[in-house]
Design a protein around this ligand. Structure first.
Ligand code: PBG
Length: 351
């Protein structure tokens, strides 16, 4: 090693004579990256406030803003506070909200019967919001998990989440939600046949203009933990949801499952969780051409917040980068707890 001077080593001599133009054939990918104006000019996807759907958590009472430990910066809100939040969201230009209730234990039972109360917490929220802020879209989840005492999305009988009985109950709950003014019904339960059943029930009730956003591909994920704390189901849930949610290993099955929802009348498709399933987002967009939304779920949100709080990453930049990734993967929009924060960043510009 020491006997050869460093300029005489054959590899180093060869390196000093390399003609890079000969390798690239004069193609230089960096040419368009050289200045901000040209990076802007050649940017392929953009995130806009129009892409954001804001999920919010509702609790009974009034004037309640209750921080959720597992979701820094996110509060459970009483209906009056939710209406204020809806006004703020509308002012920011956020097109729609998705509402999730945390109801008292007395309203939770084996079959989730509170879902069938026309004036339950979720429907109260919709009525108050649509009255005060008619121009914001309200998306309601019809799964039974906020209303069951076992935390599952369906009716539990003899250790099984029974499909067809759950579907009938969900379809009835969807009609109440539409009666309350919901613009989009979003079933997150993964029962078979639910999209067709909800469509039939809505149409029979005169709700032809109420759309269905199917949680078409919902995976049995470890990323829902903070949400379950937010709606108070984490202590209740017995077992897991693998008998009805998709296996995270299965992409072909996910596309087939979404196809059934398309046939049954879904207007929009959702992929949930988001970032770990960008391949599914792209596949659904390419296969069906329907509007596709990703749900950046609670665990995804809280991991970014935790990383930023620890000083490991720049939280704002990570937030924007991950939201943009959904657009690049073909999504039309994102359900995200970051919606107000991202809307403010977008309004400031520079993204
Ligand atoms: C269940 C439901 C879940 C979420 C919304 N509705 C998943 C679950 O608890 O199994 C998760 C949302 C999130 O994690 O942000 N119907």
């Amino acid at each position: 090693m020491a006997s050869n001077g460093k300029n005489t080593a054959p590899g180093l001599r060869a390196a000093s004579e390399i003609d890079v133009d000969e390798i690239t054939g004069h193609r230089r990918m960096r040419r368009t990256r050289v200045a901000d104006w040209s990076r802007r000019l050649t940017r392929e996807t953009r995130l806009s406030v129009d892409d954001l759907i804001w999920p919010i958590f509702i609790v009974p009472g009034s004037n309640v803003l209750e921080p959720i430990d597992a979701m820094p910066g996110v509060n459970r809100m009483s209906v009056d506070k939710a209406v204020e939040a809806a006004k703020m969201a509308a002012d920011l230009g956020i097109p729609a909200l998705a509402t999730f209730p945390n109801v008292e234990m007395q309203h939770r039972d084996q079959t989730g019967s509170y879902a069938l109360e026309p004036d339950n917490l979720i429907n109260q929220t919709t009525r108050a919001t649509k009255k005060a802020v008619p121009n914001i879209g309200v998306i309601t989840d019809v799964a039974l998990d906020p209303f069951t005492d076992h935390g599952h999305d369906g009716i539990l009988r003899d250790g099984e989440i029974v499909n067809d009985e759950t579907v009938r109950q969900i379809a009835a709950a969807a009609v109440h939600q539409a009666d309350a003014g919901a613009d989009i019904i979003a079933p997150s339960d993964m029962m078979d046949g639910r999209i067709g059943a909800i469509r039939r029930a809505l149409d029979a009730a005169g709700h032809q203009n109420v759309a269905i956003m199917s949680y078409a591909t919902k995976f049995a994920s470890a990323l829902y933990g903070p949400y379950r704390e937010a709606i108070g189901t984490s202590g209740l849930l017995k077992g897991d949801k693998r008998t009805y949610y998709l296996d995270p290993a299965n992409a072909t099955e996910a596309v087939r499952d979404a196809g059934l929802d398309v046939e049954e009348g879904a207007d929009m498709l959702m992929v949930k969780p988001g970032l770990a399933y960008l391949d599914i987002c792209q596949a659904l967009k390419d296969t069906y051409g329907l509007p596709v939304f990703a749900y950046q779920v609670s665990g995804e949100y809280s991991m970014i917040k935790a990383g930023a709080a620890a000083g490991y990453v720049d939280g704002e930049r990570v937030m924007m980068e991950k939201l943009l990734a959904f657009k690049r993967a073909g999504c039309d929009g994102v359900l995200t707890y970051f919606a107000p924060e991202a809307a403010r960043m977008l309004a400031k510009g520079g993204w």
